[in-house]
Design a protein. Structure first.
Ligand SMILES: [Zn+2]
Length: 162
């Protein structure tokens, strides 16, 4: 029932939340049937579900196939924008750091989940230790130049009228 209008009693009514979580669980069941870790996500805008997705990391052989990321991509495509203001993400499980950051970058208005994730949630214990450091390479300046040139070209001087 993608696109069905949900009853609205205020922007994020309990009814909207219940329907959204039910839809997220339906997505999680789809993942379960495909032997994927059962996690589902939907995105709601104006009380209407505009995107729904389930975890597909096994099938796609990619951790980028988390339900939330797929739902965010679908919503962006549907709205024709990379930003999801006034949209709300509903997930059957607490998002991992990657999906949390994706939600932040997409400027999604709020994120709601049904269960805490001990392994990959905010206080997750299952993250692989990551070595990350800024290089002292001579190519750093080239990267800086490329970025600053790009943003300078975007900031064209405004003409003064009058
Ligand atoms: Zn995730």
């Amino acid at each position: 029932m993608t696109g069905a209008t949900l009853p609205l009693i205020g922007q994020r009514s309990l009814m909207t939340e219940l329907k959204a979580f039910q839809a997220a669980l339906t997505e999680a069941e789809k993942a379960f049937k495909r032997s994927e870790v059962p996690i589902g996500a939907v995105i709601v805008k104006d009380g209407k579900i505009i995107a729904r997705a389930f975890n597909s990391t096994e099938k796609k052989k990619s951790f980028l196939a988390h339900a939330e990321l797929i739902a965010i991509q679908k919503a962006c495509k549907k709205l024709g924008t990379k930003y999801l203001q006034n949209c709300h993400l509903y997930i059957s499980l607490e998002p991992c750091q990657m999906c949390r950051t994706a939600a932040q970058l997409s400027r999604i208005s709020s994120v709601h989940y049904l269960l805490k994730s001990k392994k990959f949630g905010k206080s997750g214990i299952a993250y692989h230790p990551l070595k990350i450091k800024k290089s002292r390479s001579v190519l750093s300046e080239q990267s800086r130049h490329l970025l600053s040139s790009f943003f300078e070209s975007r900031r064209k001087p405004k003409t003064i009228e009058g």
